[in-house]
Design a protein around this ligand. Sequence first.
Ligand code: DGJ
Length: 379
Amino acid sequence: MNKPFILNLLSVVWLGLCLGACSPYTDQPIRSGEIWPDDRGEHINAHGGGVLYHDNTFYWFGEHKGERSSSAFVGVTCYSSKDLVNWKYEGVALSVSDDPESDITRGCTLERPKVIYNAKTGKFVMWFHLELKGKGYSAARAAVAVSDNVTGPYTYLGSGRVNPGIMAENITAEDFAWLDSLEEPLESWTPEWLEAVARGLYFKRDFEGGQMSRDMTLYVDDDGKAYHVYSSEENLTLNIAELSDDYLSHSGRYVRVAPAGHNEAPALFKRNGTYWMITSGCTGWDPNAARMFSAPSIFGPWTQHPNPCKGDQADITYGGQSTYILPVPGKKDLYIFMADIWRPRHPIDARYIWLPIQFEEDGTPFLEWMDEWNIKDYR
Ligand code: DGJ
């Protein structure tokens, strides 16, 4: 045997050994619905959250929930992990403010925070759904914060409705003219009203001031472009809006998705060039059947598929509501569907569902309940 051949053989063996031994994942299973203690032994308090993978570490950001109230009295929490099972509490990444004049004053509603990393600026950018204290869900604002450090502290930059005075790419002047021609106010939930909603009844109403933004997620594509996906138009229509290069504002390019479809809790992933989005219906804190959409491009066209959940309690997403989909690094086909089991009477006790997304032969994703499963079992 010649020397180069032996050297090559050794490096292949070494790589193989390393891939086995260096895998960060553990034998400990993921058990949805149970108490998930952090490194202090306290149930993880990061609801409506998402996970950022940065420098070989996972960072989970979510809403801190209290014993009795779902309002924000603490802020956005952060936990870190190497294996997605053992989580270290990293503290409050974005704190609510003691200033009663601040948008994020203690007692506001701060939901579904997501953090992404901007490789061009080196900054970590957090977006979340903000409702002003004492104003119910009427503000419907998107809010942004930034930090030089992944775990924070994050500095609140501002909030507002989205893309004021800017047309979505898939609504037309004819739609606006048709809406102008409607003479009587329409009765809600009639076919005529649904058609008007689909053609932009609330979009047009909010056009000058900007579109409403409630349940939301962020998605960063392979080319580094980031997108803000949110329930708009009184939760009746989703928007997918491109962010600016620094991720701190909107670029002005956006589309309406599933108009009049009444979707919340969007979560996105891409597999083999197809974008998939799982959402929920709108039933407050109560679970409902998940919905699923796919598209060949982030801007659509988006096609609706049947509920991706199978088996017992598929009609209520096993008691949960989607929040994020995490592609697991080093695992070719492992995407974790993350959902919240809300407990509105005891919000701090809300639980988490994490399930591996499975795929039909034709590539269509589906979900099945698993009492426990192990990341190590996936290649
Ligand atoms: C459902 C949303 O998905 C949650 O984030 C929260 O806003 C509740 N509704 C409030 O009822």
